[in-house]
Design a protein around this ligand. Sequence first.
Ligand code: GLN
Length: 192
Amino acid sequence: MRIGVLALQGAFREHMVTLEALGASTVAVRQPEQLGDLNGLIIPGGESTAISKLMTTYGFYDPIRQQHSAGMAVWGTCAGAILIATQVLDALPDQEPIGIMDIGVRRNAYGRQVDSFEADLEFKHLPGDDYRGVFIRAPWIETLGEDVEALASHDGHVVAARQGDMLATAFHPELTGDPRVHRFFLDEIVAS
Ligand code: GLN
């Protein structure tokens, strides 16, 4: 299984380390041409405005949409969840999402005063105990289209969701050392 991690800005290396430990081969994606033979793509956390500027510069928007239509699974973490959404609430004026997952995501939803926190989450379909979510200036998922399944919530807000071959998490599973969400992505989303 070949999984690309968009490597323009943000926490991409940590995703690659976790995926490799699970036996996937990974590609640090820096050019749209590299999307061609991927089974899945992760858009990492970081700063969605910075990532979207770099995506425009390198011409990633349409190639990601096209490869996704052609069968490439996509997972967005934090800033990545903002980027794959069809609607961004509290977006900066020129911030364009890729718009492939039918969710409305509120940027910086938890506010500046609680920039970062950790919380135990009941994550549907994961084996074992609660999953420790690391939230860093995180968004939440405010609206979910009909085909979207909520997978985890925190304080009444959805923080993980799935739609077909797409996964969005508001938190950072690559920073915890617990590979269960990556395993879920590989086994249940990419391989299905
Ligand atoms: N607040 C960031 C943004 O709007 C996301 C933070 C993160 O990815 N950890 O892009």
